[in-house]
Design a protein around this ligand. Structure first.
Ligand code: UT7
Length: 332
């Protein structure tokens, strides 16, 4: 349908793609490395396996594969893209942005492209940014990507993190429409979580040094219990707030798509907001926590269940802390 730019413009998702590496790290692999068990991991997290990107490849490679999947599935022309946002905490390099590397690999030029780091909430932040750019009427085809090679920062000998994380990438294509589509996002952050979930090393505070390696500061660390509690409360609160400020109740939601960090967190949020059973999309079993990629990957895997016009509520929580919830009408 022709878009009338004199009327209100919404951003709509017109295509979606995803990619996970072939290589699996199963619970039984981890049983051989640290003192843990398949039974404990499944019971406490819901995770059975994660995907691990091979050495020599990086976050941009997974993002490019996800974009190629989108292009093939939806017959999009990559040369139409005028903006590209990458939510990632694991860029290929500190400079240039992974977004630039992706543009180069795809052969696109003169694109408004940059990286955004909001950890596990990154995709929701990037989606809101992309939707806002569409609403300015200056951009018409935007790729919003969530991609992380978090395995590069996981200490394989640390059972408090090695069981949780895996690699992956997901992407959506945004275009303008006059129909109601991406509706609202309530995204929040503070710094109170910085000591409970972080990768301290390699930044300007702790540049790479021998001591940093000895202190194991290159790895992701977390206080699981603190993160767990905050995640449930923050996601539940923002879900209820974003619904109420748009005059919706939880019964209006067709699908809840939560960040996939722990199945117990997902279930607790569902209970807290009282969403009907069967309306929550979950794929943590196969991929674990892929940081900024969890939400687009989970939607991508479940597209056959979604009907045009369905109301989706997305919610995430991550390092910072950063968290929030978004509402959108499914438009594919
Ligand atoms: O996107 C945001 C990023 N992160 C998260 O959302 C993670 C949030 N946190 C979590 O998912 C959970 O806190 C964990 C999965 C990390 C840990 O689960 P928990 O239920 O909080 O376990 P716990 O640390 O309280 O440990 C319970 C017991 C302890 O034994 P005792 O003291 O009860 O005898 C641990 O030593 O389980 C033991 N334990 C393990 N056993 C086998 C802890 N980790 C493991 C393990 N395998 N990997």
């Amino acid at each position: 349908m022709e878009v009338d730019f004199n009327k209100k413009i919404y951003a709509q998702i017109t295509a979606i793609g995803g990619y996970v590496p072939e290589n699996k790290r199963t619970n039984s692999d981890l049983e051989k490395i640290t003192e843990t068990s398949d039974e404990w991991i499944v019971k406490r997290t819901g995770i059975k396996e994660r995907r691990i990107l091979e050495d020599g490849l990086a976050t941009s490679d997974m993002a490019v594969s996800a974009i190629l999947n989108l292009i093939e599935t939806y017959q999009k022309d990559i040369q139409d893209v005028d903006a590209l946002i990458v939510a990632t905490s694991t860029p290929d390099m500190l400079m240039p942005a992974t977004a630039n590397i992706i543009c180069d690999k795809l052969g696109i030029e003169n694109v408004w492209a940059f990286d955004m780091n909001a950890a596990c909430s990154g995709f929701l932040y990037a989606l809101d940014m992309g939707a806002s750019l569409i609403e300015t009427k200056r951009y018409k085809n935007i790729l919003v990507i969530g991609a992380d090679k978090i395995s590069a920062y996981v200490n394989i000998n640390d059972r408090s993190t090695n069981i949780l994380f895996g690699d992956g990438a997901g992407v959506v294509w945004l275009e303008p429409t006059n129909e109601v589509a991406i509706l609202d996002a309530l995204l929040l952050s503070n710094g109170t979580g910085k000591e409970y979930l972080n990768i301290e090393g390699g930044g300007s505070l702790h540049p790479i040094s021998e001591q940093l390696l000895l202190d194991e500061k290159r790895y992701i660390k977390q206080d699981g219990k603190v993160v767990f509690k905050n995640a449930i409360q923050s996601m539940s609160d923002t879900c209820l707030n974003v619904l109420s400020r748009n005059d919706y109740s939880v019964d209006d939601v067709n699908w809840l798509v939560p960040h996939q960090a722990n199945k117990r967190i997902i279930d607790a949020v569902g209970n807290e907001i009282k969403i009907e059973e069967g309306k929550t999309l979950v794929n943590i079993e196969h991929y674990g926590n892929t940081i900024a990629a969890t939400i687009p990957l989970c939607i991508w895997e479940n597209t056959s269940k979604l009907k045009k016009g369905d109301l989706l509520m997305l919610t995430a929580f991550g390092a910072g802390f950063s968290w929030g919830a978004s509402l959108l009408r499914w438009t594919i």
